[in-house]
Design a binder for this molecule. Structure first.
Ligand SMILES: [Zn+2]
Length: 166
């Protein structure tokens, strides 16, 4: 990653941190998609109430995967909102992946899913349309998880949606 890209991502994380919006009200936050529009050729498409960035390869031989981040903030006791769960960092990190994917050949299509409303659970289900739409078999998410060793993969519960749209 170049110094310029690093600065972009650090600035993005700081901007997101200063503009926390709670689940379902992430209208301003969502504009961070602009960084991918401005600095990559990834296609930005709607997904549920969120969006995804598509890295497509003509000769992809491996199955497509998705990487997921969330971007809503938590409501605070004083009636405000704050990024207390690290979603500002999650979203900025996934944008960094987008910058790193630009112009690369990795042998598969990679979809970067940006999901709203993680804190209420409402944002996940509508985003499941991505699995069918882009034939994704595996999705990886990152989240701050106290109590576990750093940089480890913790398998999540394999839950499939009870019904699928379409
Ligand atoms: Zn969280």
């Amino acid at each position: 990653m170049t110094k310029q890209q690093q600065n972009l991502i650090v600035n993005l994380r700081q901007k997101l941190h200063q503009c926390p919006e709670i689940s379902g009200q992430e209208a301003r936050t969502k504009r961070f998609a602009g960084i991918l529009r401005a600095h990559t050729t990834l296609e930005i498409l709607p997904c549920g109430e969120g969006f995804y960035a598509a890295h497509r390869e003509k000769n992809a031989s491996k199955p497509a995967i998705a990487l997921r981040a969330d971007y809503d903030a938590l409501a605070t006791l004083d009636g405000g909102a704050a990024h207390l769960c690290g979603h500002d960092g999650h979203a900025a990190s996934l944008c960094a992946v987008g910058l790193l994917l630009e112009g690369k050949v990795v042998g598969r299509n990679v979809f970067l899913l940006f999901q709203p409303a993680e804190e209420t659970g409402a944002g996940a289900y509508p985003c499941c349309e991505l699995f069918q739409k882009e034939q994704i078999l595996k999705i990886y998410g990152a989240h701050n998880l106290p109590g576990f060793p750093e940089a480890r993969f913790i398998p999540g519960p394999a839950r499939l949606p009870a019904r699928r749209a379409g």
